[in-house]
Write a protein that binds this ligand. Structure first.
Ligand code: HPA
Ligand code: ZN
Length: 326
């Protein structure tokens, strides 16, 4: 099977996906109408015109503003269902989905609303979409660690069905060292550990994410190529890096896709997978990311298989599920 762009559809896992970043403009307007919310840009054309970013922060401003339309459990459920439908079309058969609990709490939305809305759909994802799933609570690194610890405590107390924690939002100026106690607490609770690092932040943030936080996977990690010792460390340990090519282009982490370090990362033997990050904002889902890579770099079938295989091997899926997908 092929996508309309000619890239083969391989079974794959999506490991770096913010569910709030799957809110398509059409759904934003629909939910705004449903909840009586007046948006600053109330038309589709007006809203779409906002999707031009100069850096991570310029995207985050819109991403957090658009979340205002998520009010009820049904809103969170509808968003999650829409993502799974699109992911299925792109060949995703296992998805580890991040959400931002603090962003919803800060808007006065109870944690139970967000968690129940998302997890009710994830619970049926295999039966409905043939996709196994896991939920990851991502903490906002531009907020104090005590706030994150408080919210993690609430998630654990309510027995939220999360498999792990992550770290996202504004990276530069919010180093991994700020969150050592959070990661220790999550580890003690038996949770898996991932974190964004080396998207806009320097290679030292990737080192510290491994050494101080004990993260098992690095989200993005593309700036590792600036430090050959770090590349060696990541290659030797086969540390998974969840790379998001279209996101990096749209947020200007790289000048163009042609200038993306992915080919160099592959040549260095790094364990990279391809992910869509915030697909409603960055120009497409996993399929569009793969298609853009084929178009730009002419990746052959072996490379595409390696990327898809890495995503499955680097997932937190059960071994039997991984074997089924490989
Ligand atoms: N980077 C950091 N934080 C985020 C992102 C991202 O790409 N998407 C949503 N929160
Ligand atoms: Zn991300």
């Amino acid at each position: 099977m092929e996508t309309p762009d000619g890239a083969p559809i391989l079974p794959k896992a999506e490991l770096h996906l913010h569910i709030e970043g799957t809110l398509e403009p059409e759904l934003i307007l629909e939910l705004a109408a449903r909840n009586g919310k007046v948006l600053p840009h109330p038309t589709l054309a007006g809203l779409r015109a906002q999707y031009q970013f100069t850096d991570l922060q310029s995207f985050l401003d819109l991403y957090y503003a658009n979340m205002a339309v998520l009010v009820t459990e049904a809103d969170f459920a509808d968003m999650t269902r829409a993502y799974l439908g699109r992911a299925r079309e792109a060949g995703v058969r296992h998805a580890e989905v991040m959400f931002d609990p603090q962003a919803h709490l800060a808007r006065g939305i109870p944690l139970t609303t967000a968690v129940a809305g998302i997890s009710s759909v994830l619970a049926d994802s295999f039966d409905e979409f043939g996709i196994t799933t896991g939920l990851i609570a991502a903490f906002l690194r531009d907020r104090p660690e005590d706030d994150a610890l408080d919210v993690l405590g609430q998630l654990l107390a309510m027995d939220a069905p999360i498999i792990g924690i992550g770290l996202d939002s504004a990276e530069v100026g919010n180093p991994p060292s700020k969150f050592i106690r959070l990661f220790d607490r999550a580890r003690d609770a038996g949770l898996r550990l991932v974190a964004h690092a080396g998207e806009e932040g320097p290679p030292s943030y990737v080192w510290d994410t491994l050494d101080l936080l004990g993260a098992e996977r690095i989200d993005h990690g593309i700036r590792c190529v600036e430090d050959s010792r770090l590349v060696e460390r990541l290659a030797t340990g086969q540390v998974p890096l969840t790379v998001c090519p279209l996101s990096n282009v749209r947020l200007r982490a790289v000048d163009t896709l042609a200038a993306h370090p992915l080919p160099q990362m592959l040549a260095s033997g790094l364990n990279v997978s391809i992910n869509s990050d915030d697909p409603a904002y960055f120009g497409g889902y996993a399929g569009a990311n793969f298609a853009a890579l084929v178009d730009e770099f002419g990746f052959d079938a072996d490379t595409l298989e390696r990327l898809a295989g890495n995503s499955i091997r680097s997932s937190f899926a059960r071994d039997a599920r991984k074997e089924e997908l490989l």
